[in-house]
Design a protein around this ligand. Sequence first.
Ligand SMILES: Cc1cc2nc3c(=O)[nH]c(=O)nc-3n(C[C@H](O)[C@H](O)[C@H](O)COP(=O)(O)OP(=O)(O)OC[C@H]3O[C@@H](n4cnc5c(N)ncnc54)[C@H](O)[C@@H]3O)c2cc1C
Length: 385
Amino acid sequence: MPDLILSEDEQMLQTMVRDFADRELIPRAREADERQEFSWENWKGMADLGLTGVGIDTKYGGSGQAGYRKVAIVAEEVARGDAGASVSVLAHLSLGTNTIYRFGNEEQKARLVPSLASGKGIAAWALTEPGSGSDAAALQTTATERDGTYFLNGSKMFITNASVAESIVVFATQDRSLGYKGISAFVVNRDSPGLTINPLHGKMGMRSSTTDEVVFQDTPVPLENRLGEEGRGFNYAMEILDSSRIIIAAQCVGIGQSALEAAVRYAQQRETFGKPIAQHQAIQFMLADMATAVHGARVVTMNAATLKDEGLPFVNEASMAKLIASEMCVDVSSKAMQVHGGIGYFQDAGVERIFRDARVTTIYEGTSEVQRLIIARQVLAQYQL
Ligand SMILES: Cc1cc2nc3c(=O)[nH]c(=O)nc-3n(C[C@H](O)[C@H](O)[C@H](O)COP(=O)(O)OP(=O)(O)OC[C@H]3O[C@@H](n4cnc5c(N)ncnc54)[C@H](O)[C@@H]3O)c2cc1C
């Protein structure tokens, strides 16, 4: 039963992605998690449906212009099926491809976006470094221009999709003394000389996606691969993160929804004291709290997407949505495990994977603490009582 008013188009998109998740992502989710490597099967399925180019103009090989509400619907439904698959497609679409689509010139968009939007190539987005995550402006990777070419030196950490990417959007400084004003954005081809990509092992969740270290040693980048103006890269990164937070919030709603569904299913089957545990009020209250939290997070997320699509201020609401939805999905997936009792702690039940997947969402794309800093700044500016 729908709990939001969606347009006919939005409902069709939701049904299409939900069917795909039920048919392909959910049956493969456990094995993909155990294999701990990028799932090409998932990728191909998403590309065939056009999900790798949602919101990108057909002129650039995408599925057509669409607002953030539609991207949020895709994010939720894919994450409900396999959260790891959603990390791969969202880092590709809402971070990597979108940065080129929004800040690239016509030539760059025509050259780079069609392959990415169609899913033939994959995009990665490299901001974080071993020494700088929340404090992104402190990044140390340098870009030095010599004879009409930039040379990159330094390293990036925790980069989703890097080892399978065709194009990596990289943020590097041309002058550290300028702070954030020294940072520019570049597109680095995966086959560039002096580029080493080391997959990182031992990740807790999201294990059907790949997370990598990227090392640059005098990696040449042609001038025509600089995005936008020199010195504006940090602003571009922040703009992309502002809107991408809506999409991460939607991912969290999908993770919460899958935990809720697993808990309801189990509560109706498992019997204790002569009746299904769903008839014990303590379990009912837990399910009620979970459903309420998922619904609340979905509403604030779609509200932020609507504000963005209508061209209204949305940054504060996007941070609130990311904060509410990420903390919700950690809590709801933990409750789903509680409803399962002992079996929930084992792989077979599937909720321990959802719990492990959920945990990273309060950390990446701005930790909960960073979201609170953004919201507090806004609140203090708004209420001059
Ligand atoms: C699976 C995964 C995928 C990722 N994918 C990508 C990707 O594709 N591209 C990319 O660029 N990055 C990616 N990241 C990196 C991610 O965005 C960073 O890990 C995140 O921003 C946090 O940075 P950090 O790890 O350096 O933590 P830190 O910044 O060192 O933070 C450590 C702790 O200190 C707190 N803290 C920091 N500063 C403050 C402050 N001012 N006030 C209060 N508390 C503070 C933080 O909230 C946190 O609790 C990924 C990370 C993971 C785990």
